[in-house]
Design a protein around this ligand. Structure first.
Ligand SMILES: *[C@@H]1O[C@H](CO)[C@@H](O)[C@H](O)[C@H]1NC(C)=O
Ligand SMILES: *[C@@H]1O[C@H](CO)[C@@H](O)[C@H](O)[C@H]1NC(C)=O
Ligand SMILES: *[C@@H]1O[C@H](CO)[C@@H](O)[C@H](O)[C@H]1NC(C)=O
Ligand SMILES: *[C@@H]1O[C@H](CO)[C@@H](O)[C@H](O)[C@H]1NC(C)=O
Ligand SMILES: [Zn+2]
Length: 505
């Protein structure tokens, strides 16, 4: 790239900004030529809790990790030509959760908070409201159209986001039968881990955490043999890894792996089905990751695409950067932002391996967080640093990053804590919040939708969140709305587009 000193010199010249804007204008004018190809492949990147303030802060962090000022840098998602806003509310919640929202952006139907893969007729945790109210997801529509399908997440594979792709559950917390009420079991509801292998038995790629929900109660974990909290949970005594293997046809190559070295030594040209469970619960934060045993999100995405790409009919892949949300809930902005930067790296990797000519890629979030950064920081201020002034009320310094609520609320001797003696750049520093809560909360404002590839221009304004899978399905000629596909009109190829300009010298 451009050396920092040179960039800053150039920025003083009005011609630099005019050229940069004119280049962007030229690129924008090319968008009049719409990409109306049929999307052979669909990739959905879901940053759990990745609100717009998180996107901006992650962009600055990414630039600062490359020794730049940061603000001028570009995330991979910033290079997508189309951006829209998504209204995230659940049918019964102004500020939503990840389960109701996942039902919206995967199944195309808004739902109640806490429920996955069911309509708003289902009441959370009421098993007997479920029957007849199941809704199916774009993963299923893609499978039915003969595409390969995959799920990659940094959370448990049976967590809220991925589970809306395959499960129908009145409660997102029903990870295994151990987490269900006896009443729900007795009324015939199935836990989410079980549904992962029953409902859509031929998901080609499943990667993430969640091992303990697959094994009989009290089974030692393979990686943490002496740690009781990671023992198996299943009351029904099933080993779902064996169930998964047994369901696979013997002439297919099915591989279960639980660590990075086994994952990276697979011959992907020969793997038909891959199940990778790298942690007993969620995967580690990227900053804390054990690089021997745990793959990065980018590595998982690369493996997934290599396997899914072998299907001539294309694929659907759901990728979740699931722990951006967890970092924020803990008030640990540094963890959250490194998770977001890692997901962005995975978006870049997926972009290298696919073409916008035949692949629709959508990047969005389920909901935001009460995360802010501000305080009139100067250009290039370290993203985890202090605002340049002290409070004119309590006379104390403050970090640029703050939360509206959360565990970082701190009063010392009757006053807001003086952060100048604190290591506020530490990975686990909890930024101050206005209201004390053990868990910081989600935010209620709209989130961004970034899109590139066939029909990406249909994501163009302020949309209800449940519109997203309708666009993806339309673009791929799958699901309910395929009348436009037989005419052949969609199959004309728009020429290659240069979809972005970069901020170089
Ligand atoms: C459904 O279950 C609830 C308890 O979870 C019970 O109160 C209710 O009567 C049941 N409804 C029906 C129609 O069985
Ligand atoms: C759980 O497993 C441990 C070691 O494998 C064993 O010592 C213990 O008795 C078991 N507990 C129960 C409740 O089965
Ligand atoms: C990975 O898993 C395999 C299969 O269980 C095991 O043989 C190997 O030792 C593991 N590697 C690491 C680094 O844990
Ligand atoms: C905050 O702490 C710094 C150094 O630890 C100290 O110099 C400063 O006076 C303190 N500010 C207030 C308002 O207490
Ligand atoms: Zn959350």
């Amino acid at each position: 790239g451009c050396p920092l000193w040179l960039l800053l010199e150039k920025e003083k010249n009005p011609q630099y900004w005019r050229n940069q804007a004119q280049q962007t204008l030229k690129t924008a004018l090319k968008l009049q030529q719409l990409n109306t190809n049929v999307a052979k492949n669909i990739i959905l990147f879901l940053g759990d809790g990745m609100g717009v303030s998180t996107v901006t802060a992650a962009r600055i962090l990414k630039g600062q990790l490359q020794n730049m000022k940061g603000e001028e840098s570009l995330l991979e998602m910033d290079k997508f030509p189309y951006v829209a806003l998504s209204k995230t509310y659940n049918t019964n919640a102004q500020v939503p959760d990840s389960a109701g929202t996942a039902t919206a952006y995967l199944c195309g139907v808004k739902a109640n908070e806490g429920t996955v893969g069911v309509s708003a007729a289902v009441t959370r945790a009421q098993c007997n409201t479920t029957a007849g109210n199941e809704v199916t997801s774009i993963l299923k529509w893609a499978k039915e159209a003969g595409k390969s399908v995959g799920i990659v997440t940094t959370t448990r594979v049976n967590h809220a986001t991925p589970s809306a792709a395959y499960a129908h559950s009145a409660n997102r917390d029903w990870y295994s039968d151990n987490e269900m009420s006896p009443e729900a079991i007795q009324q015939g509801c199935k836990d989410i881990a079980q549904q992962l292998f029953d409902n859509i038995p031929d998901i080609e790629v499943i990667m993430g955490g969640g091992r303990k929900y697959m094994f009989p109660k009290n089974t030692s974990d393979v990686e943490y043999q002496n740690d009781d909290k990671y023992r198996g949970t299943r009351l029904d005594g099933k080993n779902l890894i064996d169930v998964w293997r047994d369901k696979k046809s013997k002439d297919k190559n099915s591989q279960y792996v639980w660590n990075r070295s086994d994952l990276l030594s697979l011959n992907l040209m020969e793997v038909d089905f891959l199940l990778g469970l790298f942690e007993p619960i969620d995967m580690m934060y990227e900053l804390d990751r054990n690089v021997q045993t745990d793959p990065s999100l980018t590595e998982m995405v690369q493996v997934a695409i290599k396997i899914l790409q072998r299907n001539p009919r294309g694929f659907f892949l759901l990728v979740e950067g699931g722990r951006i949300d967890h970092g924020h809930h803990e008030g640990k902005a540094k963890q959250a932002l490194y998770e977001a930067v890692e997901m962005d790296r995975a978006i870049g990797k997926a972009g290298d391996m696919t073409s916008p000519e035949d692949t629709l890629t959508v990047v969005t979030a389920d909901h935001s967080h009460v995360f802010t950064f501000g305080g009139y920081t100067p250009r290039g201020n370290p993203i985890f640093g202090l605002a340049p002034m002290h409070s004119d009320v309590d006379k104390m310094p403050f970090t640029s990053i703050l939360y509206g609520n959360g565990p970082g609320y701190k009063i010392v001797a009757g006053e807001r804590e003086n952060v100048s003696a604190v290591d506020y750049a530490h990975a686990n520093y909890q930024a101050q919040s206005a209201v004390p809560l053990r868990q910081e909360t989600h935010g209620g404002e709209d989130v961004a939708i970034f899109a590139k590839g066939p029909m990406a221009h249909l994501l163009h304004g302020v949309h209800e969140q449940n519109y997203i899978p309708h666009v993806m399905a339309y673009a791929a000629c799958i699901g309910q709305n395929t009348d436009h596909c037989s005419s052949g009109a969609q199959h004309s190829t728009a020429g290659p587009l240069v979809l972005f300009s970069s901020h170089g010298c």
